[in-house]
Design a protein around this ligand. Structure first.
Ligand SMILES: Cc1cc2nc3c(=O)[nH]c(=O)nc-3n(C[C@H](O)[C@H](O)[C@H](O)COP(=O)(O)OP(=O)(O)OC[C@H]3O[C@@H](n4cnc5c(N)ncnc54)[C@H](O)[C@@H]3O)c2cc1C
Ligand code: FES
Length: 259
């Protein structure tokens, strides 16, 4: 599990100009929310959540931002990558009425847990958001599940103008939820946790990762909680104890970076 399995890309799909899905074979059991360390030969190894879970095929969906994701974006069907994992904790669908809130690339890893919730016949509402219309993705995929979908863009080019948290605040006032699941910018997730008050809450955190399986300490938050092993999914009880949540993360050298 801690050595990369070298595998061929069997399918790619451009979700928009900057977001792409890559699929490869997998024979391991995966819980939505878990991630792989993806090795791009000659470039880097980076963490990526699983965005598609099929019988023996999985997918990752990512935005090109730097060297590794640009190189990954340029790969084609038949090219080789390495995949170590799956690592970390998954979402727990504890409840019947669930609100899903995804912002930016966070929508990618929420999609498989939305599909699982639909299979379990749970009652769900989904909010997805992006800065602008061209950056949205997975709208069709989520609509096809039958989930009630709300969309926001910061600039109002599609859906409701504003943030996912604006829609969430309104929906939470008018409905009862047992659970809120979220992935996206940390400031969005922090605000959502504040809005959610007594509702059970699970959020997926991103921190700089090197080993991905708990030995290097690079991804530690709070009092030594390893995001790669104890997370990346955390519930509100743990999040409320983590002083870093919504305040700062650390870069590769350990230097604090404010959100
Ligand atoms: C558990 C987890 C799951 C993730 N899932 C996804 C996903 O599904 N889709 C997606 O688009 N992105 C995901 N990311 C973020 C992704 O790993 C980074 O965007 C990527 O590593 C950037 O690398 P780069 O070389 O292209 O960019 P760089 O220019 O090197 O970095 C840009 C930013 O990306 C982050 N980053 C860089 N390297 C790492 C690293 N080794 N570990 C963590 N963060 C890093 C840092 O914040 C950095 O400032 C995930 C991150 C984590 C921790
Ligand atoms: S990345 Fe090494 S302990 Fe988490």
């Amino acid at each position: 599990m801690n050595y990369p399995l070298v595998t061929k890309i069997i399918e790619t799909k451009n979700e928009n100009n900057r977001i792409k899905t890559i699929k490869f074979e997998n024979n391991k059991k995966i819980t939505p929310g878990q991630f792989y360390m993806i090795w791009i030969p000659g470039v880097d190894e980076i963490p990526m959540s699983v965005s598609y879970i099929d019988k023996n095929i999985i997918g990752i969906t990512f935005k090109k931002i730097g060297e590794a994701t640009n190189a990954l974006f340029n790969l084609k069907k038949g090219d080789k990558i390495g995949a170590r994992g799956p690592y970390g904790t998954g979402f727990k669908l504890n409840g019947k009425k669930i609100l899903f809130v995804g912002g930016g690339t966070g929508v990618a890893m929420l999609a498989p847990v939305i599909e699982e919730a639909i299979k379990k016949k749970l009652n769900l509402k989904v909010i997805i958001g992006a800065k602008t219309k061209n950056e949205l993705f997975f709208e069709k995929r989520i609509k096809e599940t039958g989930a009630e979908l709300f969309i926001s863009t910061d600039d109002g080019t599609y859906g409701t103008k504003g943030f996912t948290t604006d829609i969430a605040e309104d929906i939470i006032k008018k409905n009862h939820f047992d659970l809120i699941l979220t992935c996206g910018p940390e400031l969005m997730m922090k605000k959502l946790m504040d809005i959610s008050k007594d509702i059970d809450f699970q959020a997926s955190l991103e921190r700089f990762m090197k080993c991905g399986f708990g030995i290097c300490g690079q991804c530690c938050i709070g009092d030594g909680i390893r995001v790669c092993t104890e997370g990346p999914i955390f519930n509100e009880k743990t999040l409320k104890k983590i002083q870093d949540f919504g305040i700062f993360k650390r870069d590769a050298s350990g230097k604090k970076i404010k959100f």
